[in-house]
Design a protein around this ligand. Sequence first.
Ligand code: UDP
Ligand code: MG
Length: 151
Amino acid sequence: MSVSERTYIMIKPDGVQRGLVGEIIKRFETRGFKLIALKLVHATPEHLEKHYADLKGKGFFPGLIKYMASGPVVAMVWQGLDAVKTGRVMLGATNPLASSPGTIRGDYALSVGRNICHGSDSVENAEKEISLWFPEGIVQYTHNQAIWVFE
Ligand code: UDP
Ligand code: MG
């Protein structure tokens, strides 16, 4: 855990279509995380198969790839203290029916196959996902808010 930990957060096609982009970004921004990369991407099935390589073979995999390739996603990298674990807590459980109110999925979703957002599940996977979605690299800048967010 460090203040420079990074996580890959993605608003899925249903989150974009439902107008939840601003709401999801706002939660990470106001929590104190630093936005270090952001873009709208209509990903190919091949790219999404790499992103979800660990799930290849699952019964829901073809449907998942079709859903994720059905429209643009918002790809983002957020940085800050314990970003990976905290990001997952902010997202809620994979199945929105099990997500607590106050989490993104718990407030805006009902179905596991339309759960509006993705967040890395480990620091190692976060770094892999960041390289996959941002091969061009990430902009460096000083976040002046940091002195007010961290001791
Ligand atoms: N998923 C699904 N059915 C399932 C399990 C997962 O459609 O039974 C989808 C769901 O959109 C989930 C994604 O596959 O977000 C990736 O699954 P994972 O287990 O990695 O969940 P996550 O890390 O997104 O919470
Ligand atoms: Mg996952």
